[in-house]
Write a protein that binds this ligand. Sequence first.
Ligand code: SF4
Length: 208
Amino acid sequence: MDKKQKIEEGLMLPVMEAFYTVQGEGMHAGNPAYFIRLGGCDVGCVWCDVKESWEADKWPVLAIEEIVGKALVYPGKMVVITGGEPLMYKLGPLTALLKERGFTTHIETSGAHPFSGNFDWVCFSPKKFKAPHPSIYDHADELKVVIYHKSDFDFAEKHAALVNKACKKLIQPEWSKSSQMLQSIINYVKNHPDWKISLQTHKFMDIP
Ligand code: SF4
């Protein structure tokens, strides 16, 4: 099997960066976590803060054994696979190996590609710029909608109507719009108590 086929099968993946830090946002905020940021994204969010991730070709392609080996040196056993858009790849082999080595597996995804992989926690963050693939809705444990504009509340409700009933619902201010949008976000959860606020606490802590 050549490298291209191995990428197609999820046995090798482009890794933009991988680092041990503290999960800053969502339902698992505050937990130490090893992040694996895969290269490649075709969603195109205007406010994306990792635009350098978009071109998959820029990043080293690593075998999943090497990716998991690097995670093993840290004491924390929670791995977050992010991007880029990680569901551009078949994540079954990577998540199987992570689980075999004792990790819990989390993903942060826009859901724009068919779901794959074995995850303990799926954070689904839909984006207006590319519609989610329908396969994400049954898998989502957490719906996290970034609020950049007041129209995003309706967008959040549209996706909330499609996720499974147990899915947690969070709205999160887009960092650069935080001062303009925060009061509306606070008012929104007070009036819609089935929603929670997620903040990017890693940015307040100045950690990755
Ligand atoms: Fe950036 Fe994520 Fe949007 Fe892709 S889905 S453009 S990586 S914010």
